[in-house]
Design a protein around this ligand. Structure first.
Ligand code: ADP
Ligand code: MG
Length: 713
């Protein structure tokens, strides 16, 4: 007997289904089961007249008396001639029922004999199912059938839960109805020993129902009101415990006195500052002040810096690195791609020139000799500032005294990669960390993904930036697009053409990129025009060659994938064309749009889409044309596609997976839970009072203890 498959002893389960439930859903014990919630409820309290059933309702319940039952073989109806029926030749059973006002056809492919015998002409049942439209007629395939005297098993109310399932589970007979039966048994077994997870004062202050009531009613709601109470309580619990764990980590970090102290801004900072060709914006000044406070506080800085593309984050990064250098520490800046690393490196050297500090670059394509030299310089401290890609994280690199790590476009670095930085320091003290992102992150997500980081926002653009004229066009307007591009090139401008590159459709996407490139070269022939192409499958030499052709103005057009090219600076590029824009998240489109409009000329963003768009896509594209507010667009993405899909978050992953609350829909509860968690921690930072003991126990559970996750803090 396998003790870890306790649920096999519940009625309706057994060893085979128990194994499947474990494999498919990770459910092992009755206590797991009762924390596995319905994702939907159906209202079985009302009976719909057959005449009013249409194919666009989800599930309906109706009453019907059998008028005819017909067995069908492969060749047609089976004659009902009193001969014994050979069921093995029967393919399906068609039953027609009536409720007096209308008729409905029901089709069964399985359990035909049993169903046939049950569906005697004149007998009456309750049916429940999803109407389908077949040959212009509505029918029901395998509706649930109940006797009119309902065989109510214990606990079933009028709202019935529907559980997430898989094909394997359904094939093993774990239908909704069976799941409900199992759940009823699980509740009976596990509910008595369920311990309240929230202190009594929390329930009282927040007006929450107790856990047992919640669990009972989330599965078998007494009525709509009880379901709502239950759902609210469970969502609050989930978000509250999550925020509590995040804030607790942050609190303890902020108390730990192991941060590297950098008391002054230092000479390098001042010298660079004096030589800046422009004054800092108010937002840049404010953010630098926040960073400075962190760095001299004696605590480790963990700060997220958000700001639209072009808002001047790189400038802030450089000045931050100079504070570290001025205090005798090394700094590194990590970029997600080689092209970006090189661009940073070029820009940074300009700013570094007056300081006399030594900087270097390390990427995947650095030559062995170069690499050795850099390794050496980092080890002996000669190099103050290193720029690179994740090659920096590779084994041999060791710093003399890394005091600051700046991570640009953070979403392309996984949590695990970030934590590897820690092992790079020799004295074991964690470097200050500044994470920079141009992806606006909706508040609810930031609270959760970066819940333990402090946040700074650059909400002001350097002077002189003009709004980007954003328009959309269908495929049939391509000729007009090319004419427009030609007229801009005529004026001496350059054009970005960006193709989406989505992991799931990578092969097709590369093909589209190739075809698009060929098309453009045909429309803009050499030698009058030069078109560069950059994508991830090129060698870095090819990439560099093409990229610099565009950056240096030798090519007028750059065709690229979004990933490669994001973040590259070309002030003269005044037109951006986003191909297949309807397939790309709005946040990402917005980020790409930020790459134009950096020069003094009027600039354009053209969203190319298919000619036929769904209503939803049309609305999104219109919103994109109408607003330049990145946060608004990010909220829209979140609503549409959920957090998992939001550009900028796929790879960092949620610290824990949510089982009932939704970051997209429960923003209000989340904010409330976070504020409340913070109040609770203020009074009892280590949750050591007896009344908070249950919270402490919850936070000890493994899902709040992920190793990588705790290392972010
Ligand atoms: P981000 O990294 O946020 O995309 P950058 O730091 O690359 O933005 O800045 C974008 C451009 O604006 C750069 O060319 C930079 O030199 C310029 N810039 C940055 N800060 C200022 C400022 N305060 N005033 C004028 N130009 C600025
Ligand atoms: Mg940048």
């Amino acid at each position: 007997m396998q003790t870890d498959l306790e649920i096999q002893f519940l009625p309706g389960v057994g060893p085979r289904r128990a194994r499947l439930l474990k494999e498919e859903l990770g459910l092992v014990s009755p206590s797991d089961l009762i924390r596995f919630y319905p994702f939907r409820y159906v209202d079985r309290s009302s009976i719909t007249p057959i005449a009013s059933i249409t194919s666009d309702v989800a599930y309906v319940q109706f009453r019907g008396r059998v008028i005819t039952r017909q067995l069908m073989t492969a060749t047609g109806p089976l004659p009902q001639d009193g001969q014994p029926i050979r069921f093995n030749t029967v393919k399906r059973l068609i039953v027609v029922v009536t409720d007096g006002g209308g008729q409905m056809e029901l089709v069964f492919f399985k359990a035909i004999k049993w169903m046939y015998e049950k569906m005697t002409v004149g007998s009456e049942f309750l049916f429940f199912g999803k109407p389908q439209s077949f040959n212009g007629k509505i029918n029901f395939v395998h509706p649930e059938v109940d006797n009119l005297t309902r065989d109510n098993f214990e606990g079933v109310g009028v709202l019935t839960g529907v559980y997430p399932s898989t094909e394997k589970l359904r094939n093993a007979g774990l239908t909704d109805k069976v799941m409900q039966k199992i759940m009823a048994a699980a509740l009976q077994t596990a509910l008595p020993s369920v311990k309240e997870t929230l202190p009594a004062y929390v329930l009282k202050e927040k007006g929450l129902c107790d856990l047992r009531f919640a669990l009972k009613n989330i599965h078998f709601p007494k009525d709509a009101y009880s379901l709502e109470k239950a759902r609210y309580r469970l969502k609050f619990e989930e978000l509250f415990l999550l925020q509590l764990s995040l804030l607790k980590a942050r609190y303890h970090r902020s108390r730990a006195e192991n941060g590297i102290v950098m008391p002054s801004v230092g000479a390098a900072f001042n010298r660079c500052y004096e030589h800046l060709p422009f004054g800092l914006t108010g937002a840049q000044k404010r953010v630098i002040k926040e960073i400075r406070e962190d760095m001299r506080s004696g605590r480790q800085m963990n700060r997220l810096l958000q700001g639209d593309v072009g808002s001047g984050k790189t400038m802030v990064a450089v000045l931050t690195a100079l504070i570290a250098a001025g205090n005798g520490y090394q700094a590194c800046i990590m970029a997600p791609t080689e092209v970006l690393a090189r661009q940073h490196y070029r820009n940074i050297q300009k700013y570094l020139a007056p300081t006399g500090l030594k900087s270097a670059i390390l990427t995947g394509s650095s030559k062995a000799a170069e690499r050795r030299e850099v390794d050496e310089g980092l080890r002996n401290g000669e190099i103050s500032l290193i720029v690179g890609t994740h090659a920096l994280l590779e084994e041999p690199v060791v710093f003399k005294n890394l005091g600051l790590a700046i991570i640009d476009e953070q979403h392309r670095f996984g949590v695990e990669q970030r934590s590897r930085l820690w092992s790079k320091t020799t004295d074991g003290r964690p470097p200050h960390v500044l994470v920079m992102t141009a992806t606006p992150i909706p508040r609810t997500l930031a609270m959760t993904f970066y819940g333990d980081l402090d946040t700074s926002v650059i909400d002001e653009m350097p002077p002189g930036r003009k709004p980007v004229d954003t328009r959309s066009a269908g495929e049939s307007k391509r000729l007009a697009l090319y004419n427009f591009m030609a007229s801009q090139i005529e004026k001496g401008r350059q054009v970005f053409v960006v193709y989406p590159l989505i992991f799931e459709s990578e092969k097709m996407d590369y093909k589209n990129l190739e075809l698009g490139y060929e098309d453009i070269v045909k429309a803009f022939p050499f030698p009058k025009y030069k078109t560069a192409i950059v994508h991830g499958k090129q060698s870095s030499a090819d990439k560099d060659f093409n990229m610099s052709a565009f950056v240096e103005g030798r090519a007028q057009i750059l065709v690229a994938t979004s990933v490669i090219e994001v973040g590259v600076d070309v002030p003269n590029a005044s037109v951006r064309v986003s191909e297949s824009a309807e397939r790309v998240g709005l946040s990402q489109l917005h980020q790409l749009r930020g790459r134009v409009g950096r020069g003094s000329e009027k600039s354009y963003c053209i969203l190319m889409t298919g000619d036929k768009l769904s209503k939803e896509s049309r609305r999104r594209i219109e919103l994109m044309c109408a607003t330049e507010n990145g946060f608004e667009l990010a909220e829209e993405d979140l609503k549409m596609r959920g957090p998992g899909d939001l550009e900028g978050t796929q790879q960092s992953g949620l610290p824990i997976s949510l089982s009932i609350a939704s970051l997209a829909k429960d923003g209000m509860i989340l904010s409330d839970a976070r504020n409340y968690a913070s109040t609770v921690l203020e009074k009892d930072p280590s949750l050591s009072s007896p009344e908070n003991e249950c919270l402490k126990n919850e936070l000890r559970k493994s899902k709040y203890q992920s190793k990588d996750y705790s290392k972010i803090s």
